[in-house]
Structures are given as C-alpha cells and as structure tokens.
Ligand binder design. Structure first.
Ligand SMILES: [Zn+2]
Ligand SMILES: [Zn+2]
Length: 196
C-alpha cells in the first residue's frame, strides 16, 4: 500500500490517495477531481480538465502515465506520512484524529498540524460550522507566498483563541459558487485588503 497526494498527481491539494498500484491512486484522484468539480471547487478545475483530456487522448498521455507509474514505484511503502501499521503512526495517535475541513476546501496538512499542536484552537475549530472553517482554509490557501501562508496559519490560531468565527478582513470564499469559471485567473481581480 502506497500513498500519493493530489498534488503529486498534478492537483492543488494535499489529500492523500492510497492504493496497491498506480492505477488505484490515479482512479482515486479522478474521483476526487470529479467530486471537487461537483462541489464547484475552482482550484481543482485545471487538474480536472487535464485528467479528462487524458481519458480522451490516452496515447498522448502515455508519458504522464509512465511518469506517474514510475513515481509510484519509487515511493516507499506506506507513503510520506506513514500508513496504518507503520510504527511512527501507532506511536503518534494524534495523527489519526479526524479534523473536519470546510465546505469546499479540505483541511491542508500544515493547518491541520498547527491545530493539532494547539488544543485551544483545535477545540474551537471543531466547534465551528463547516462554512466558518471553510473561510479560514480558503484564506490560508489564498496566500501566494509561503511566508504569508505561515503567518495566516498563525493568525488563524490566534483569531480562534480570540473568539473570532471568521478570518478578519477576508472577502469570503469564492469557490463555493458553482460555475464561477474554469480558473481563478479569469475571475475579476479585486484588490482585497487582507490583514496577514
Ligand atoms: Zn485535491
Ligand atoms: Zn475558497
């Protein structure tokens, strides 16, 4: 059993797919992309289109399959963060706690780790509505630079502890409305004032 993430398969998030073969994880990613599309998640649209294209033109996509299969073959058993049965996971039961994500955004690994390390924030997080969690995740995911992202993750914990239920000064997730276009580049660019 090995693990490949959405990102390793050309997608934008860190959702992990487990499987015995490269085909397993590719099929899991295909399902994941379909679900994201259904949910109106624009961030996955590009990867979804690419995957659709591969099913339509399998010959042209042989390179991608070969590379993916090769990458899968080179992965260690279990995957990057340890699979069931690996000692590191049984020693760390915190890692197996299921922390809820948002409406269209899944909880990214770095935010998840930050919440796991902060029980106060974690408590409040799990008590939030999925809609509220979604806003925080969207805000974090929106950061273009790693530095900004880390700062927003810190701010998320602080704002939760301060009792805020929405990220401060965030315009709101725009990925929840279906049919907002293929990619975010085509969205009108508002100059949002966000506090990092
Ligand atoms: Zn994904
Ligand atoms: Zn969003």
């Amino acid at each position: 059993m090995k693990t490949m993430t959405c990102r390793q398969l050309g997608g934008p998030c860190d959702l992990e797919h487990r499987g015995e073969s490269a085909d397993d994880v590719i099929n899991a990613q295909d399902r994941h992309l379909k679900e994201a599309e259904k949910a109106g998640d624009a961030s996955h649209q590009e990867a979804r289109e690419a995957m659709k294209g591969r099913w339509r033109r399998p010959k042209k996509s042989l390179d991608w399959y070969r590379d993916t299969k090769q990458a899968f073959a080179e992965l260690p058993e279990g995957g990057p963060r340890g699979a069931a049965g690996q000692p590191d996971e049984s020693e760390n039961p915190m890692k197996t706690i299921d922390i809820p994500g948002g409406v269209v955004h899944e909880l990214p690994a770095d935010l998840r780790d930050a919440l796991l390390a902060n029980t106060t924030a974690l408590d409040i997080w799990t008590g939030l509505t999925p809609l509220a969690r979604n806003e925080f995740i969207c805000w974090v995911e929106d950061a273009k630079q790693q530095q900004t992202r880390e700062r927003r993750i810190r701010r998320t914990q602080e704002e939760l502890e301060e009792g805020k239920r929405r990220p401060c000064c965030w315009v709101g997730c725009k990925h929840r409305t279906p049919g907002t276009g293929k990619s975010r580049q085509f969205q009108p660019q508002f100059n949002l004032v966000t506090v990092d």
